[in-house]
Design a protein around this ligand. Structure first.
Ligand code: HEM
Length: 473
């Protein structure tokens, strides 16, 4: 991140009165982005309000304040009770962990996501993309050259396969895959609901909905715990073959520098679960929105395809025609720029939360200990002061100008020490999916569908699903 200019108006943070927040809490639950963006447009880049009419919070899309919280003074900011509450359902992996324990885990796991490690996963990623697209190609061939798909469903299936096999190698059966993905979605939807409408908590308590979701969590952990136990048993078996080179094996093999000990089985489960959760939903949403955008901007899709064709044509003839090498990806940058632009318009992590651990000060604004911050990434990515024609889909804005530092107001993967550990993994995966999808198909919008609305849960997905038509080239 580059340092943005200080805000012109100094100290006082405008306040949305509590009664107004409360009045809006129903429309907030229905369409959070519209309500929040309207609030920011009215009050400015930083505003104090009451989430769900109850929880006082500072909402900001000021890049300077975001940088202060995520990077410059990050030690003073922990994830808030919202994220910590999520650990009731997903355990204490990297995403939900805090403090010294988090740092220890991050140092341990970080090497597993280095560039070279991700480069080693590109073959697997492309295999899964090919396997997922093959039945669609067959269906299109059998029905006049095109097939209509449910976009979010397909992208969720695809990205879940990629992360599940990157972590567990195993080919989950379709039924197991659906079960795990379904459990994660249901738990996440419930948890987000409890945050957005906290006044419903007594009702959830009475109706047994907390108990029900705790049970879903237990089912999910039992399912994954079973896979991990199978791996341990396979590793320990006499004469066992070399274990697969996947992320689970990395979690089992790593040792703490100070003690030389491995992680406990519970920690391995927590970290594996967090990778599954953080590592598929986000990429699925980004690819879903990208498909939506490409279907509406065929010229952009065509430009990506043309670049791909040129790179493929320039290869030595002995090279496999149907696989992209990791080293080729920088020359296929149009696909990457389209992915980046899709995440600007629809950032999967649309809001990031933090709480101040001690009193602080940002450019004259006093921040008392305990202040809750909601960093509004969606607002940052749409602010006209940072982006020319912010509502337009223009991937070329991500083509680096000579000497440029890159867009200053762009944080799809967060920032500072808690920057997404899977960033390189995700960018590579999404670039490969885009390249392969467009190499095989034209993506067309299916007319007659209702307008596509956003549904911001923990991540930003479309409300319901929508269809696109994949037409064979
Ligand atoms: C489009 C895809 C993705 C997006 C937009 C995304 C976004 C983010 C963001 C914004 C954060 C920081 C949250 C915060 O500061 O509160 C984060 C953290 C994290 N992400 Fe991602 N992510 C993506 C893909 C992935 C993938 C593929 C993986 C795993 C393979 C992953 C694993 C994680 C983990 C473990 C953390 C916690 C890191 C820590 O706190 O040390 N993410 N991600």
């Amino acid at each position: 991140m580059t340092a943005p200019a200080p805000p012109a108006s100094g100290v006082a943070v405008p306040k949305v009165p509590r009664w107004q927040s409360l009045l809006r809490s129903v429309s907030l639950a229905k369409d959070p982005i519209a309500v929040i963006s309207a609030t920011m447009a009215r009050y400015g880049d930083t505003v104090q309000l009451y989430i769900g009419g109850m929880q006082k919070s500072i909402l900001t899309q000021d890049p300077g304040l975001m940088q202060h919280i995520l990077q410059k003074n990050h030690r003073n900011y922990a994830k808030s009770q919202f994220t910590q509450g999520f650990s009731r359902y997903v355990g204490h992996g990297l995403l939900t962990n805090e403090g010294a324990d988090w740092l220890r885990q991050r140092r341990l796991i970080q090497p597993g996501f280095h560039r070279q490690r991700v480069a080693g996963l590109t073959g697997l990623m492309q295999e899964i993309v090919a396997d997922t697209l093959a039945p669609l190609t067959a269906r299109a061939q059998a029905s006049g050259g095109a097939v209509t798909i449910q976009t979010h469903e397909l992208m969720t299936q695809l990205t879940f396969r990629v992360i599940a096999r990157s972590v567990f190698s195993t080919n989950f059966s379709d039924a197991e895959l659906d079960r795990v993905a379904g459990l994660i979605t249901e738990i996440q939807a419930f948890y987000t609901g409890t945050i957005r409408q906290p006044y419903l908590k007594p009702w959830h308590q009475l109706s047994g909905r907390f108990r029900y979701h705790d049970q879903l969590t237990a089912d999910l952990r039992a399912l994954l715990g079973g896979y991990i136990a199978q791996r341990r048993a396979a590793n320990d078996a006499p004469g066992a073959p070399a274990p697969p080179d996947d992320l689970l094996q990395m979690l089992l093999d790593v040792r703490y520098e100070d003690t030389g000990e491995p992680m406990t089985p519970d920690q391995v489960l927590d970290e594996a679960l967090i990778l599954l959760i953080a590592g598929h939903e986000t990429s699925a949403n980004a690819l879903t929105w990208l498909s939506y955008l490409l279907a509406h901007h065929p010229a952009e899709a065509e430009a990506i395809r043309a670049e791909t064709a040129a790179v493929l044509a320039s290869r030595p003839p002995e090279k496999a025609a149907d696989r992209f090498a990791f080293e080729e990806l920088p020359r296929l940058s149009r696909a990457l720029h389209a992915v980046q632009e899709a995440m600007r318009l629809f950032p999967p992590a649309w809001m990031v939360d933090r709480v101040a651990l001690a009193d602080d000060d940002y450019q004259g604004m006093h921040i008392p200990k305990g202040t809750l911050f909601s960093l509004y990434i969606y607002g940052l990515h749409h602010a006209p002061k940072h982006w020319e024609q912010p509502a337009s889909f223009r991937p070329a804005r991500f083509a680096p100008a000579p000497g440029s530092m890159g867009p200053p107001a762009y944080l799809p993967f967060g920032g500072g020490p808690r920057l997404c550990i899977g960033m390189q993994f995700a960018l590579t995966e999404m670039q490969l999916v885009t390249l392969e999808l467009l190499r095989q198909f034209r993506v067309e919008w299916v007319d007659g569908q209702p307008p596509v609305a956003t549904q911001p849960l923990i991540t930003l997905r479309p409300r319901g699903d929508f269809q696109v038509r994949l037409r064979l080239r």
